[in-house]
Write a protein of this length. Structure first.
Length: 157
């Protein structure tokens, strides 16, 4: 059914819901998984244009992705990670097409109308930009990561 699943992570406690859901889905479908994070701080957005070094934010994001990949590989699920920089919705949609994924699976905060207008909705943007099916799983703020999962840093909006 799904051979390659792209899973955008925001490096927060909301990730737990989608990671656990994809762990089961990938196992059932014998899928490979690409975990992705889009760093969007100043250094991340301008690293190429200004020839900057990788920021502390990007370094910790890369370590987080590698730990998440390792946890799925322990379960026999082929995993890879991708750190991007820039506009999250656009980067996710482009990566899914470039990596030939047949599903984008991501967690949502469950904002509605006003909060989406204030904070934006990456999931909504991805849904509009991508031709690839998008699976949305509602994350929870108080979710506790598995013992083998890395501790999530607070989300920065």
């Amino acid at each position: 059914m799904y051979k390659h699943i792209l899973v955008p992570l925001e490096h927060s406690e909301y990730d737990t819901a989608i990671i656990e859901h994809v762990r089961k889905l990938a196992s059932l479908c014998h899928s490979s998984v690409i975990f992705m994070h889009v760093a969007d701080g100043f250094a991340a957005r301008n690293v190429k244009q200004l020839n900057l070094r990788e920021s502390e934010e990007m370094r910790t994001d890369r370590e987080y992705l590698e730990q998440v990949c390792a946890s799925l590989e322990e379960d026999g699920i082929e995993s890879d990670c991708l750190l991007a920089a820039g506009d999250p919705g656009k980067e996710i949609a482009e990566a899914a097409a470039r990596e030939q994924c047949d599903l984008i699976a991501m967690s949502t905060h469950g904002h509605r109308f006003i909060k989406d207008m204030i904070y934006g909705s990456v999931a909504n943007e991805v849904r509009h930009l991508s031709r690839i099916p998008v699976l949305l799983v509602r994350g929870e703020r108080r979710a506790t990561p598995r013992a083998s999962m890395p501790a999530a840093a607070p989300a920065v909006s």
